[in-house]
Design a protein around this ligand. Sequence first.
Ligand SMILES: O=C(O)CCC(=O)C(=O)O
Ligand SMILES: [Fe+2]
Length: 286
Amino acid sequence: MTKLAFTPAVTLGDIVDLERYPITDRTDPAYLDLVARSQSLLGEEGVAIFPGFVRDEVVGTMADQTLALHPRMFHFRENHTVYFKPQDESVDPEHPLRRLMSTVKDTVAYADIPADNLIRQIYQSDEVLSFIRDVLKLDVLYRHADPLAALNLQGFTAGQQLGWHFDRSDFSVTLSLQAASAGGDFEYVRMLRNEHDDCHDEVRQFLDNPATQKIEVLPQVPGTLTLFRGRYSLHRVTPVAGDTLRLNAVLAYVDQPNVEFSDYARKLFYGRTSVEPLVQDQRHSQ
Ligand SMILES: O=C(O)CCC(=O)C(=O)O
Ligand SMILES: [Fe+2]
């Protein structure tokens, strides 16, 4: 794959395939058609994917820039319930309110992503923000204001994974940068709970025997932008195998301005509460 050397004059059109995704003109009939199709996909399937959103020759550079940060990533390891609620010790051990899933991944906080990383250009783009807002049918959408959580890069090495969970947010936006040689697929079960019911019985049945539900799979194709509604659809990233890391970016957008993480959440996800970089020893301490 040819690599694009970084120059400060790189424009959005050098990075995003604007012929395929004409997001710079929100009155273009092709744009309106793209948004309408994506809105119905997201409504019906809970997911809308945009393959080739980032041009092939650029995504390799983004993967290299991410890989260069790997030694500085925070090693995140947490056992959690699928609901991310504290374990309920009063129910039996196999109950989903007590059963623990394992998540292990390496993360780069926003503050640690160098200014010349091309992923910043996508996150800072107002055109990308408006496109996502239009597909989500929202009147307003903001970049996350947290200096650590706004934009993250993730790396999954062999054995690392994201355990089954429901998101605490209505939607997520991710960009795949590199696929693992094996594993690292995104799997989901559509609408396994709903607004009114956490569906403990169905979730328990599924965890006991995954064949009780239809599992859909999104293989990771570099350059693909994914919008996913994960609050009610159970999902995970399967354990990575082999030497090639699964790399992606998580772009955090919210429907309110000035949203920041609590100190507790910062410490949990990034190992620190301030924007100052971690000292080496703390990064891979677990
Ligand atoms: O890495 C991914 O593809 C999904 C991430 C995810 O589900 C999450 O961060 O909640
Ligand atoms: Fe998730």
